[in-house]
Design a protein around this ligand. Sequence first.
Ligand code: AKG
Ligand code: MN
Length: 192
Amino acid sequence: MADPVPDPDVLLERGWLPPEAADRLCVTLLGELPWSVHRIRMFGRWVDSPRLSCWLGDPGTDYAYSGGHFEPLPWPPILAELRDRLAIELGAPFNSALANLYRDGNDYVGWHRDNERELGAHPFIASISLGASRRFVLRANDDAQRQMEWTLEHGDLLVMAGSTQQYWKHALPKSAKVKQPRINLTFRVVRP
Ligand SMILES: O=C(O)CCC(=O)C(=O)O
Ligand SMILES: [Mn+2]
């Protein structure tokens, strides 16, 4: 019999950012990041990504995902500070971040894995949520029934590590009820 698929290696720390710091970060990023629609490849076609995004990172951390190729913008000070705090607390040399803006519940990200070659064999990803609460769902690659989900809230930190990207997909589904924006920051370690 095949080895069972391991549980995802996920850690959720509620309120990692205190509310005032999360508010300040959310307002600053909403106003100051150069948000744009990324073109991504889905089922062999180029389409607009159903959210706004912005890549940030050290020089040389170019990143290819969903068929696109992205050169990072330099770190704004407020994100460099956050990156450094995460790096110390989690012991990971984060050098890149994808910022995503879900304008309301119509914006989403579909099922995918963050398993690009640049992230290495065991991608280590720290994800910060700001603004509206949204459902985040993990599903085993080989078994759509094996699923777990969390509602990610303002200031929460979610870490995905180990073999999570190998055996599990994740998604942030649409939610008609949500009228407010949400920002998500995923800090990553990109290798050349
Ligand atoms: O918005 C989220 O919480 C997840 C975003 C995500 O999975 C990604 O950008 O790769
Ligand atoms: Mn992802």
